[in-house]
Design a protein around this ligand. Sequence first.
Ligand code: AMP
Ligand code: GLY
Length: 429
Amino acid sequence: MNVMLLGSGGREHALAWKLVQSPLLSRLFIVPGNAGTALCGTNVTIALNDFKALKKFALDNNVAMVVVGPEAPLVEGIWDSFKQDVMTSDISVIGPSQTGAMLEGSKDFAKEFMNRHCIPTAAHRTFTLDTQDAGIDFIHHLTPPFVLKADGLAAGKGVIICATADEAIIELNAMIRDKKFGDAGKKVIIEQYLSGIELSAFVITDGKTYKTLPSAKDYKRIGEDDTGPNTGGMGSISPVPFADAGFMAKVEERIIKQTIKGLAQEKIVYQGFIFFGLMNVQGDPYVIEYNVRMGDPEAECILPRIKSDLLELFNSTAKGRLVESQVVTDHRYCAAIMLVSKGYPGDYEKGKEITGLDHIMDSIVFHAGSKKDEKTGKIITNGGRVLAVTSYGMTLPEALATSGKNAQMIGFEGKYYRKDLGHDLMKYI
Ligand code: AMP
Ligand code: GLY
């Protein structure tokens, strides 16, 4: 079958790398893709919010399935757009319906969903311009630190943790009154701070049943020892050493099963990934956030650990027959180290030549912000996060060491990566 994969990051290269291993695949189109996805299929330039053009391309190229990498097209309703059009309603779309995508697109919706289904999450209240004064009162009633979240999508920047009530009030004003995050901050969620260690759990679901995928932990801060500004993710590891069978059983019983049951009860159509951002608070899991897609850079260490045919899994998901499929996991560890451009997550330059890619033997290099220079044919940087270097290991230190060695061998001007990934987890091994 022909598949169209949407997105251009390391997650999409990992998805493409995995999909081309399937004997069920005929042609793979990646929209818009990067220099890495071009090694797996055909990159196509279409804007991801131009559903009309995406549908036309799918019809012209006999595409039977659309796999949606990032959240934006899902939140904008790509699933519904394909399904409500008689011409494209037979094309499978891997991802939730627009209502399902609100689990990520609106933090208020996600919180209310969790409350309705008794899913453990931090206590919260939601405020708007009309109720801003009540928000200030609420802050005075909480103990610091304070967590403020813009309701809508804010490119991963919409969560602010404030140490003092004064800071929290300034932030509340900046979000609601001064529209710091535009319309995404029309509603602001103020919630209790949870102290613990974060991890992520993943499932694929057809809306009735689900299959659990490997757990992962990503490293969000730019600096070593988790310092400095947040990024899209500086690397990831899988599995998570402190997520033992006892803890994961709690995640499954209290969170995953309740979420799937809730979706079914509320008749929310969902045929895709659910990413549970979790906090382990003294052995008990709480949901920090839902995402309606795979994580990036989590995908770069989870997908290599899935032995099963991903396209077969997607097919049974789309047909509502996931119960018949199996997910077989590689028992080895995986570690992904992200190589980023100098200046990221602030301003950075693009267009730097990437060298050394041909010498990497024992890691998989997933491209994120890269492209082929039209004139010279060389691979050049084209984003903040440039490459993810993923390795297997019988132990976590072994996987990290192999990625670290290969990260050194790849060159581009201004290359930076964290050398401390996984150090915080050694006490759990
Ligand atoms: P989110 O976009 O909701 O995942 O939030 C971004 C980050 O903020 C999370 O990965 C956590 O590190 C942090 N965070 C969010 N909510 C809380 C909370 N209630 N308590 C502590 N940290 C939080
Ligand atoms: N790595 C976090 C995310 O994909 O949202």
